[in-house]
Design a protein around this ligand. Structure first.
Ligand SMILES: *Cc1c(COP(=O)(O)O)cnc(C)c1O
Length: 354
């Protein structure tokens, strides 16, 4: 016997690399290449450090009210956390509490199986079709809950609100979570379905479309009852997850909708341009409605291209996992960054041909 027999052992989630070297082109963690709304700077400039003496508002009211107003829901329908990772983790702990398996796709956000393992939640990974689509019929089996991102990560594939509704219709006894981390890049949110389905939880984040990955803000919108259950669990673990400054910055950033739309439009435009240029180089990819492209080349090994890009200080994401080990996930950066990437790809392919 040893204390080590009683350790809760887990294989942790591996986040994308945050390189310490300078002048890198960072296209590996789906961050936004543009800064947050400019007025957020005023919040920082005017922040008085004496506020740090006090605990922040455990109910995160400024932020929750701002989100509720922005999405036209009641504040009682909003839950906030330290990034959507915190929100989803709390939601797993709260709603996935049955003996039946929770369902999510085999190719998806690689944190889901980690949370299921750490909380000892049984789960079943449902195979996506050959072209990385969700078949709603696969989700018509007994289950303890359902979660998937829409658009999916790391594929970028967007499913319709109708498909989500089809899954909700046959699953009134499970909580269905839709992780909309990338919905602002041209997808249609399923938020309107909240009026019809009290078991739907929609999760979004400030990390991608709102350029605030470093502030750690995520939120869930759902039926008031769901949000109450989430808060009961959250207040049983840590009341003060969101710090004072973060709450203020998060609320401020929602005020500038024009700026938000101009950033997401620029990224969408760059994405469409990059798709065309990647296709010209012979890359294939599922059509992406997110801020990344999941690309593969029939003639070149993805892990080799990945390493060669890295040697040129261009970071993309690569997973040596079944089904996806010939793909790279490339975040959409600025047009200049994408041009550097495309030039590098061309050079690398030339080198490999010699
Ligand atoms: C990035 C991402 C998240 C988490 O983002 P946070 O930075 O924790 O808000 C959640 N789900 C998916 C699918 C993501 O890609």
């Amino acid at each position: 016997m040893s204390w080590e027999n009683n350790v809760r052992r887990v294989v942790p989630y591996v986040a994308g690399e945050q390189p310490k070297i300078s002048d890198v082109i960072k296209l590996n963690t789906n961050e936004n290449p543009y800064p947050p709304a400019p007025s957020v700077q005023n919040i920082l400039d005017n922040f008085n450090i004496s506020k740090m003496k006090l605990y922040p508002d455990p109910n995160a009211e400024v932020l929750i009210n701002a989100i509720a107003e922005n999405y036209q829901v009641k504040p009682e329908q909003v839950f906030v956390g330290v990034g959507s990772d915190d929100v989803i983790s709390m939601a797993f702990l709260t709603f996935f509490n049955s003996q039946r398996p929770v369902l999510f796709p085999d190719v998806t956000y690689s944190f889901y199986d980690v949370w299921a393992d750490v909380y000892k939640i049984p789960y079943q990974q449902i195979k996506l079709t050959e072209d990385f689509r969700i078949n709603p019929d696969d989700y018509k089996i007994p289950n303890g809950g359902i979660i998937f991102p829409n658009p999916n990560a790391p594929t970028g594939v967007l499913e319709s609100v109708d498909l989500i509704e089809e899954i909700l219709q046959v699953n009134p006894d499970s909580v269905v979570m839709i992780d909309e981390a990338y919905i602002d890049f041209g997808g249609e949110s399923c938020l309107p379905l909240l009026k019809k389905y009290e078991n739907l939880l929609v999760i979004q984040t400030y990390s991608k479309s709102r350029s605030m990955a470093g502030m750690r803000i995520g939120f869930a919108i759902g039926n008031e009852k769901l949000i109450r259950y989430l808060n009961d669990v959250k207040f049983s673990i840590n009341s003060y997850t969101m710090n004072h400054l973060t709450l203020l910055c998060g609320a401020e950033s929602l005020k500038d909708d024009n700026y938000f739309r101009s950033c997401t439009s620029k990224i969408i435009e760059t994405r469409e341009d990059t798709k065309q240029k990647l296709a010209e180089l012979g890359f294939i990819f599922p059509d992406s409605k997110s801020n990344f492209i999941f690309a593969s080349h029939p003639d070149y090994d993805a892990s080799i291209i990945f390493e060669k890009l890295k040697a040129r200080k261009i970071f993309v994401r690569y997973w040596n996992k079944p089904r996806i080990n010939q793909y790279m996930r490339i975040t959409i950066g600025t047009p200049e960054e994408m041009n550097c990437l495309l030039t590098a790809l061309q050079e690398i392919m030339g080198e490999l041909n010699r």
